[in-house]
Design a protein around this ligand. Structure first.
Ligand SMILES: Cc1ncc(COP(=O)(O)O)c(C=O)c1O
Length: 482
């Protein structure tokens, strides 16, 4: 339960930590912000950190470490094989998940590579609530196909459904029968479903997926990268979890899923990746790929300091004071914007706040990249860097035509334990200003469009001079203020 304030109107999420190390931020004048975004080709990935006030591009590898994490890094035991650091990581995994078998990988997508190498053969299917970019890429690279089975409620932008990441269980059963169990490499549940807005999956739904997998003899896999947010939502939104402690939720999941993997850039507030299983046979099946792609079994391509930090970070993922901070700040930001009328994905999920740009700038067609245009406007307005999750992030069809995204989103990620509430309020304020001035925003066109992963490297320019007009309006409204 959040700490209750005496004066109800003063109620805000209260940080249960204090800041002991700080990093200076720059907030450039608006003209400089215009220069920076234009030099970056209107692609927020190409901005320089020194030009950014709030970096909300991701929650990956940018979460703040605790004092205990920093302290743990100083005792890291650097040896190629048999490091004490690895033993401490295994002990932390045992404490949190109750599991003995652990494999290391240098980050989440490397764990996905190992999983795919071990299970996916050409012509096989992998069923999941929703894909994540790197997961899908590894599966399709090996000739597998991804089928998404998220309940259709998950794709409605504004709803009050508490678990929009849930599987459609009927469809799961039907798809297994249609494709036949021997053709299914594994079923993957993504906790805190990233690409639909960090939306959680209920405990009940996860366990039901495991039951179906066991019935048909198909491996069940949990992507636990965003599990700490998901566990928070289970505790506050799912009646059966209210009186369970966090550890019993993590351990129940580990006892039911065949395999769990995660990015420690998210779960564990550190870097790296891990694969776990209660049953040794699954780890044995994947083990040979670890030295091949990652490194020896006791470091897996990770720097030992990151493994120490992940071990301590995992223990902190049991602590509601820590794991509530991200979702509570996101909920605050979403509510601020929603109350003002700004279209946002609802209910608030983990990971970040998602602006629904199809509704903010409905007149900008998909092929003028509305979400990227709003992203540029938010940067000009506040030095705030978000991530385009719309048509710019799609890849063109083989015949060169555009594949239009279902949702044109700008994601404003909220890295854990990083921002203060005044910064979150500032972000809300500048987004409200963008909303009020949305009529000024125009489209973008490519000046350099790479064939693959264009959202990472591509460059665009404004159509017309709307960005200069936005800057003029900013000066009119804010005078000399930054
Ligand atoms: C759900 C999910 N799975 C896997 C990954 C990949 O992890 P990494 O970035 O550590 O490779 C991510 C990263 O954002 C993610 O959100």
């Amino acid at each position: 339960m959040p700490v209750q304030f005496y004066i109800p109107e003063n109620q805000v999420p209260l940080e249960m930590h204090k800041v002991r190390v700080v990093q200076k931020l720059n907030l450039l004048p608006v003209g400089e912000r215009l220069r920076a975004i234009q030099e970056a080709g209107n692609n927020t990935f190409l901005l320089q950190n020194r030009d950014i006030y709030m970096d909300m591009i991701t929650d990956s590898g940018v979460n703040a470490m605790s004092d205990l994490q920093v302290a743990s890094m100083s005792i890291a035991d650097d040896s190629y094989a048999g490091s004490e650091t690895w033993n401490r990581l295994k002990a932390a995994v045992k404490e949190v998940f109750g599991v003995d078998n652990v494999l290391p990988a240098h980050q989440g997508r490397a764990a996905e590579n190992i999983l795919a190498e071990a299970f996916v053969k050409p012509g096989m299917f992998t069923l999941m609530n929703f894909h994540f970019t790197t997961t899908k890429a590894h599966i399709t690279r090996l000739g597998g196909e991804v089928i998404e089975l998220v309940d259709k409620k998950g794709l409605i932008p504004q709803s009050d459904d508490p678990f929009k990441g849930n599987f459609d269980l009927k469809k799961l059963r039907a798809t297994i029968k249609e494709k036949t169990p021997d053709k299914i490499a594994f079923v993957r549940v993504e906790s805190g479903t990233n690409l639909i807005g960090g939306q959680p999956v209920s405990l009940e739904n996860m366990l039901a997926v495991c039951d179906i997998c066991h019935e048909f003899g198909i491996p069940s896999v949990l992507d636990a990268s965003l599990l700490q947010d998901n566990v928070y939502f289970m505790k506050v939104r799912e009646p059966r979890c209210k009186y369970m402690d966090t550890k019993s939720i993590y351990q129940l999941l580990a006892s039911r899923f065949d395999i769990i993997y995660f990015s420690a850039r998210k779960l564990g507030f550190s870097r790296g990746g891990f694969i776990l299983s209660t049953d040794r046979k699954w780890c044995d099946q994947m083990m040979e790929f670890v030295p091949l792609y990652e490194g020896f079994l006791t470091y897996g391509g990770m720097e030992v300091r990151s493994i120490e930090a992940a071990a301590q970070g995992l223990l902190e993922s049991l602590d509601m004071d820590y794991i509530s901070q991200g979702p509570e700040f996101i909920e605050y930001l979403v509510k601020e914007l929603d109350d003002y009328g700004v279209p946002v994905i609802k209910p608030a999920g983990g990971l970040g706040c998602h602006l629904n740009c199809s509704e903010i700038v409905p007149d900008i067609p998909h092929d003028q990249y509305p979400a990227a245009a709003v992203g540029a406007a938010v940067f000009i307005a506040g030095g705030i860097r978000g991530m385009e999750r719309g048509t710019m992030s799609e890849q063109r069809e083989p015949d060169g035509t555009e594949r239009f995204a279902e949702l044109e989103l700008l994601r404003l990620a909220v890295p854990r334990r990083v921002f203060t509430l005044s910064q979150i309020k500032y972000c809300a304020d500048r987004v409200k200003w963008v909303w009020d001035n949305r009529k000024l925003i125009g489209g973008l066109q490519w000046t350099m469009e790479p064939k693959v992963l264009r959202f990472f490297f591509g460059r665009m320019k404004e159509i017309g001079y709307w960005q200069e007009e936005l800057v003029a309006k900013f000066r009119q409204d804010f005078g000399d203020s930054l």
